[in-house]
Design a binder for this molecule. Structure first.
Ligand code: GUN
Length: 288
């Protein structure tokens, strides 16, 4: 029987701290941390995420604004908006919701965001900082996974950590963060031969591939910590992860449910990054 990692509970606890810190920061500096979220087009899932981000900012006492642009927006129009937000002193964090319509280059858009306001930590400058271990921001999803491990006192040092998936948003930065905490890290991906041989060695298994029930009980070591980053929508509209919970749960020591595991943590980490960005902008940031 595995212990369930309750992302919702952890998230509520962290958001309470962020709310207190935001209030203290405002008293100290007179500044309210501000986030601008840009959404292009009308993807329903993205619209829900953006609404939740806006609401979460209000709940912790931050300012936020949502910019909704039509599906056929030209890249230059979006870049001009980013440029304006880069100059706006009310705004400390800028997030452009992905994916973008195909006429717009994600690479150009990410590069246009001032790295000091890049609360997604997707800008090449911030990716470089993460590689070097001298960062201010971490990408929200892998940062949320690390917070869950910390909250449940799950040690990483010396453990075999296997990350399945190599995306820029999750897999690659996740591997760097586990390495930074002295895990022995393996990254598996679609060209990995004999995936199970790797996953069966994992003390900590992080799965982010976007395929429902991709990891089954026979691929998991007895006592492993299993973190499911996948959010897949089934035909009946319900959400499911990348891990087959029914067969994996009896073997794991800890496991994240979907929904309610990693998901709630990502917005919490966005709030944390927005507060950090405001602190850095005001020169009152100290870390480590
Ligand atoms: N779309 C899905 N996940 C993310 C994320 O973490 N940040 C942004 N900007 N868009 C996303």
């Amino acid at each position: 029987m595995a212990q369930r990692i309750e992302g919702k509970t952890v998230s509520e606890s962290l958001r309470a701290t962020i709310r207190t810190e935001t209030e203290a920061f405002r008293k100290e500096t007179g500044v309210t941390p501000g986030l601008a979220v840009i959404i292009v087009g009308d993807d329903p899932a993205s619209a829900v995420y953006v609404r939740n981000k806006h609401k979460a900012c209000g709940e912790v006492g931050m300012y936020s604004e949502v910019h909704t642009l039509p599906q056929d927006t030209a890249e230059d129009t979006l870049l001009a908006l980013i440029d304006r937000l880069n100059q706006d002193t009310k705004i400390h964090g800028i997030l452009v919701q992905l994916p973008l319509p195909k006429q717009i280059s994600e690479e150009h858009v990410i590069a246009a965001i001032d790295p000091r306001k890049d609360v997604d930590a997707f800008h090449p400058v911030n990716v470089g900082h993460i590689m070097l271990g001298d960062y201010h921001f971490l990408p929200c999803t892998p940062a949320g996974v690390m917070e869950l491990l910390r909250f449940y006192n799950i040690p990483v040092s010396g453990k075999n950590c296997v990350v399945v998936g190599r995306s820029n948003i999750v897999g690659k930065p996740q591997a760097m963060l586990l390495l930074e905490q002295n895990g022995t890290v393996t990254i598996c991906h679609s060209r990995t031969t004999d995936l199970a041989a790797h996953t069966l060695r994992a003390d900590i298994l992080v799965v982010a591939v976007g395929k429902p029930n991709f990891i089954t009980g026979d691929m998991v070591k007895e006592g492993a910590v299993v973190i499911d980053v996948g959010i897949n929508r089934k035909a009946d509209g319900k959400l499911t992860g990348d891990v087959d919970y029914a067969s994996v749960e009896p073997k794991a020591s800890f496991i994240t449910p979907v929904p309610g595991g990693v998901g709630p943590m990502t917005i919490t980490m966005l709030l944390k990054n927005t507060l950090t960005a405001a602190r850095v902008a005001c020169g009152v940031f100290s870390q480590k």
